[in-house]
Write a protein that binds this ligand. Structure first.
Ligand code: 8OZ
Length: 373
């Protein structure tokens, strides 16, 4: 076989070059986005670490960084079926098997620590009423073992209860480090509990956690501070989605809220912010927040997500729009995504019906590309 590759004349796109994110060294700037796959052992107590779970993450360990599926910090923080938690010892033991496999394959992995807040149902929480900043019911339904049910009215958190939830995030982060993770990503996006405090569509509180922007940012920042004190700010990231309408949540002035939050995060020297640019899984063209301004003002790493393809990812990293790009759907369907992006190879298409199914189909059976040797 004849190859004419003059290696010295070819500079790899920055997307494929390494990066230091806080205290975490990653081998390339392709990130696997956090994605709920609902394949934990629910009967055993929402335990990860089955052979299939290990294989799924191992297959994708070509990413510079893997962000796990959202992992609830408590039983009450659960919002979907069969999501693996990070509050019990058995869960930590399960995650250990996954982090070991990912590290052996040369990648890095952070746990996305998560509390669903009002996006839940007693049928998912062992009978407990979901909690939220305020008693504001979300329009919509959730999937439970009893079928699809209307989202209930959440219980507004008492002022005295808030510190306990902050502490659950702290313990989730401590457990993540025990489980061998390289750090954590706080799930502050897509309409879940942290985001419910941030945005005034769900936060109607009149105490120190509601009203003024500084107050609505308080819960998020207390979580960041508690987690950073536990594991070090250089191992903490946060995912934010200033303008996504996901989970029936909106804010009257996202620029003001998230602009303030970014400034505060900057003071705390966390490793990264992971921005969902636009409507999660939908249009990138949603007004209300200036991502370029956030990128310029934040001195940590900026991970961009939402609808990126190969060309856009290469361009946006090359131009400095972002430090790294998180791919969701493409990573479900293409276990060897980095190799495919490098080779500009064809991509598998995603089967939407098996995203939240159980078993190997649509999970670990997407083929790697044929490598002609
Ligand atoms: C889709 C299905 C279940 C959970 C998010 C955690 O939107 C999620 C999620 C998305 O961030």
């Amino acid at each position: 076989m004849y190859t004419s590759l003059n290696k010295s004349a070819v500079t790899a796109p920055k997307l494929f070059q390494g990066l230091r994110i806080g205290d975490i060294e990653i081998a390339n700037r392709v990130v696997m986005a956090p994605m709920t796959r609902s394949r934990a052992d629910e009967a055993a107590g929402d335990i990860p670490g089955s052979e299939l779970n290990i294989e799924y993450y191992r297959q994708r360990s070509n990413a510079g960084l893997i962000i796990t599926e959202g992992t609830p910090v408590s039983p009450l923080g659960k919002g979907y079926l069969a999501t693996p938690g990070i509050y019990s010892d058995a869960q930590v033991e399960g995650w250990k098997k996954i982090t070991r496999a990912v590290h052996e394959a040369g990648s890095k992995i952070v746990a996305q620590i998560w509390h669903a807040g009002r996006v839940s149902h007693p049928a998912l929480t062992g009978g407990m009423q979901p909690v939220a900043p305020s008693a504001v019911q979300q329009k919509g339904t959730v999937y439970t073992r009893n079928g699809k049910l209307e989202l209930p009215m959440p219980q507004a958190l008492e002022l005295a209860e808030i510190a306990g939830i902050v502490d659950e995030f702290r313990r989730g982060a401590a457990n993540a480090m025990r489980a061998g993770f390289d750090g954590v990503e706080i799930h502050g996006a897509n309409g879940y509990l942290v985001d419910q405090f941030l945005r005034d569509g769900a936060n109607k509180r009149t105490d120190a956690y509601g009203g003024a922007i500084e107050n609505r940012c308080r819960f998020a920042l207390e979580v960041v501070d508690a987690v950073a004190a536990e594991i070090g700010a250089g191992r903490v990231g946060i995912r934010l989605s200033p303008v996504t309408p996901s989970n029936d949540l909106a804010d009257s002035n996202p620029q003001a809220v998230f602009g303030h939050l970014v400034e505060e995060l900057n003071k705390r020297s966390i490793a990264y912010i992971h921005f969902v640019e636009g409507a999660a899984g939908g249009s990138r063209d949603v007004p209300g927040f200036d991502f370029i301004r956030a990128r310029r003002s934040f001195k940590g790493a900026y991970i961009a997500n939402n609808g990126y393809d190969r060309e856009m990812a290469i361009d946006k990293v090359e131009s400095g729009w972002a430090d790294a790009i998180a791919f969701g759907r493409l990573y479900i369907a293409n276990p060897d995504l980095v190799q495919r992006l490098k080779a500009n190879a064809a991509l598998n298409s995603l089967n939407f019906r098996t995203i939240y199914a159980s078993g190997a189909v649509g999970y670990t059976d997407y083929p790697a590309m044929d490598v002609v040797g």
